[in-house]
Design a protein around this ligand. Structure first.
Ligand code: GLS
Length: 795
């Protein structure tokens, strides 16, 4: 066997094909070639990865630990090639083997270990942490099944399991030696003044490591995902007794813990298995963090100097009591000291104010699973009450354990994800705790990685930017402002507009191929892609489409600006209202697309199975970004940033990071509509507000009436009685009340788009002024304000 070739990529691919995959080139399939390339790329990451680890030990640097139930990483091959700056080399090597490079990249499964923005943010953060040379670990769960695969049957969402691990995963390293045994249930024993938890059931967490390489390959960190394993996987006694299924029961139970991602987003799960998952990954991570610390230090009081733990939402909140338990019960530190140390390490990011999303557990369920932790939470509450006797805010009370309060009390810093959201945290859910702990809440507005969300997904735009200002923007996105002077150059602006035209043409080809629908490339590509949720108001969008369709039919010669409305997104399987919205969009699309009277002027398409890869395809081709949530409900949004960076204009409300996007791109380059947070709150107090709004707007009334009368569901006219009843009744999310202003803003969009040159100008200004929304900037903020961590690469 020849040595593995180190420099020649083509030779390395051939080597891995033979010796890692065991395949003869004559019989290799696309999968084999993709795996061989992935291994060859991975080799180039590993050296950097190991030196980064050594550098961290040598510098005894503070490490950041990002604990998250979700990492929506998508595909990794292109990301890694791009960050190693090997694109040309990889393409040449693959083409020299007679293969199609893009096809090979597309063969990789999309790792959907997350639901939406929260999980994707975690993935962007991992990439930025590596880019900035900040020593960091991501900790999460290695779900066998990520977010379900969505398809439509008669317009209805169907869910099928996602099985990304059916194929071997080229990026991960299994670490059978890195295992922790975790307990559940059982009793608490107090002997000679010390208390110990004696759990009843045990499972093991086994680590799988994926290296995450930063831009230009200067640093690599680790994403460590835990898989459930049985302590005694096989019961020989039961097997010998002939009970074969029971013999493997332990193994099946343990594996269940990391089997599936809960498919809810921005809602509470409240399920027993979910709490097990939360404890499973938090406890394994905390033990791993302590183990690593203790290899270099004896004095546990140094922990906050060396360790910063970020809890991504409340899902890892149990990490707090677990750390206290390990320090106090297991290491013997006095309780108050253990509490101080834990609080010195922990921080918490809140990602939503929706009351239905604030996790809490019934105390009986909690105690049955984590009895010792419940006791410790009571002691944490007592200590907090003693320090702040004026007002009692507690994590445990009224029969429930509230993870938001627990996270807040256990944290050194608590942050929101956009300025508006952080402000609302202080005045709503955390008002009392903020009064008690002024300064604990800080804001870190979200960001997205420019490597994936501009450079890789939009190669045409990337090339134009680099051609104009050099490639420094990829590592320093605020350099995009250097584009501004070029926007007044007509030739440059024409090139910018051409990028969009070409991207749209590419999308049209793909839609024709995959979905047998010919889109009008001249139309405004109006895109709403995100989870389906009432607060995100996809139903406001489809209502406007229906009203527009009716208006075009009335007045076909009125010089309409053609429009293609593109939807994508999944509904939680148990969220029936959201599933009705999906079906309504599909039903309306069928009727409207078939109407010869409006053909070419209005088309609607709902693309099934929206995921990271689809976002990478759609965002570069979008003209208009729909960010239309009810004010106060979308904590930040991150899709909004990706669209603006790729030269789409936003139609949006004053919600989440829209506010900051509008401030930066300029209000004249943003289509604002809708009520503010205060106006929305006041509007809800108006009796029959929805009925009033409908009575005042005949267009809205007619659109709702069409749905009610079954215009889109003639076979079942009352199919949408639920949606109609809500829109005309309680309408908590104020779809009816915001409709007229949304309609007005959409007609402004029509007018603006008719002036192609000015539209291109506005789009270019959006791109040039959105550099602040890089996750590099966000991570720098966390490093300075929250973690006290520093870069080891001088970034
Ligand atoms: C979310 C919010 O809904 C988004 O607005 C936000 O951008 C994202 C990341 O901070 O977090 N919260 C949540 O539960 N799911 C999300 O996507």
């Amino acid at each position: 066997m020849d040595d593995l070739p180190r420099t020649d990529l083509r030779a390395a691919i051939m080597w891995h094909l033979t010796y890692t995959l065991g395949k003869d080139p004559d019989h290799a399939q696309l999968f084999d070639w993709r795996m061989a390339l992935s291994h060859a790329v991975r080799d180039r990451i590993v050296d950097r990865w190991m030196t980064a680890t050594r550098d961290t030990y040598r510098a005894d640097a503070k490490r950041v630990y990002y604990l998250s139930m979700e990492f929506l990483i998508g595909r990794l091959l292109e990301d890694n090639i791009v960050n190693l700056q090997m694109t040309d080399q990889a393409r040449a090597a693959i083409e020299s083997l007679g293969l199609d490079y893009r096809q090979l990249l597309l063969d990789e499964p999309d790792a959907a270990l997350g639901n939406g923005g929260l999980g994707r943010l975690a993935a962007c953060f991992m990439e930025s942490l590596a880019t900035l040379g900040c020593p960091a670990y991501g900790y999460g769960i290695r779900y066998e099944h990520g977010l379900f695969r969505q398809s439509f049957l008669d317009g209805r969402q169907q869910e099928a399991p996602e099985d990304w691990l059916q194929q071997p995963n080229a990026w991960e390293f299994e670490r059978p030696e890195a295992r922790f045994t975790l307990g559940f249930g059982g009793n608490i024993l107090t002997r000679a003044g010390t208390t110990r938890w004696e759990p009843e059931h045990f499972v093991q967490a086994e680590a799988f490591d994926t290296p995450v390489i930063g831009w230009r390959g200067r640093w690599a960190n680790t994403l460590r995902l835990w898989a459930g394993r049985a302590v005694n996987p096989f019961d020989l006694e039961r097997f010998n007794a002939g009970d074969f299924a029971a013999a493997a029961e332990n193994e099946a139970l343990a594996r269940t813990i990391s089997r599936v991602l809960y498919p809810e987003d921005s809602t509470e799960k409240g399920k027993y298995l979910r709490l097990m998952q939360e404890y499973f990954f938090s406890a394994a991570s905390i033990r791993d963090i302590l183990r690593r610390f203790e290899t270099a230090h004896q004095d546990l009081r140094l922990l906050p100097q060396k360790v910063a733990i970020q809890m991504n939402d409340t899902h890892p909140a149990i990490a707090g009591p677990e750390l206290v338990r390990l320090l106090h019960d297991e290491r013997g530190l006095p309780f108050d000291e253990a509490l101080d140390i834990a609080r010195g390490c922990l921080n918490y990011t809140n990602h939503t104010l929706l009351p239905e999303a604030l996790e809490s557990w019934g105390e009986a369920l909690f105690a049955s699973l984590l009895p010792r932790h419940l006791q410790l939470i009571d002691r944490i509450d007592d200590a907090h009450a003693k320090a702040h006797p004026a007002r009692r805010v507690s994590a445990h009370g009224d029969g429930r354990v509230r993870m938001g309060e627990l996270s807040f009390i256990m944290s050194n810093r608590v942050n929101g994800v956009a300025a508006l959201h952080t402000g609302l945290m202080k005045t709503t859910v955390f008002r009392e705790l903020n009064d008690l702990h002024p300064g604990r809440i800080v804001n870190e507005t979200n960001g997205v990685t420019p490597r994936r969300w501009v450079h890789s997904c939009n190669p045409r735009l990337s090339a134009l930017i680099t051609d104009t200002i050099g490639d420094g923007w990829i590592g320093d996105l605020e350099k995009l402002t250097e584009l501004e002077p070029h926007i007044d150059d007509a030739d440059w602006l024409a090139r910018f507009a051409q990028v969009k035209t070409d991207n749209k043409a590419g999308l049209c080809d793909w839609v024709t191929r995959e979905h047998e629908l010919m889109l009008n490339p001249e139309a405004i590509f109006d895109v709403q892609i995100k989870r389906i949720h009432e607060y995100k108001r996809q139903h406001l969008n489809i209502l406007e489409a229906i009203a527009l369709w009716q208006e075009i039919r009335d007045n076909p010669g009125a010089g309409w600006t053609p429009r293609v409305k593109i939807f994508g997104g999944k509904a939680a399987p148990g969220y029936f209202f959201a599933k009705d919205i999906i079906r309504l969009i599909n039903d309306a699309a069928r009727v409207i697309n078939a109407d010869a009277a409006t053909h070419g002027l209005l088309q609607i398409i709902y693309l099934p199975n929206y995921n990271v890869t689809m976002a990478e395809r759609l965002i570069p081709a979008a003209d208009l970004s729909e960010q239309i949530s009810t004010a106060g409900k979308e904590a930040s949004g991150t899709g909004n940033m990706k669209f603006a960076l790729n030269g789409a204009l936003t139609i949006g409300t004053l919600d989440g990071a829209n506010v900051e996007i509008r401030e930066r791109v300029g209000k004249e380059n943003f289509f604002l509509f809708g009520m503010t947070v205060d106006e929305a709150e006041a509007r809800r107090q108006v009796e029959n507000h929805a009925a009033g709004a409908i009575a005042a707007d005949p267009r809205l009334a007619r659109a709702i009436e069409a749905i009610r009368a079954g215009a889109f569901s003639p076979d079942e006219p009352d199919r949408y009685a639920g949606i109609v009843g809500n829109l005309t009744g309680p309408d908590y999310f104020l779809v009816a009340s915001d409709f007229s202003d949304y309609w007005r803003a959409q007609r402004e969009v029509d007018q603006a788009y008719a002036d192609k040159r000015n539209w291109a100008r506005m789009a270019a200004l959006n791109a040039a002024r959105s550099g602040w929304f890089s996750s590099d900037r966000t991570i720098r903020g966390y490093m300075a304000d929250i973690w006290g961590a520093r870069s080891l690469t001088g970034n």
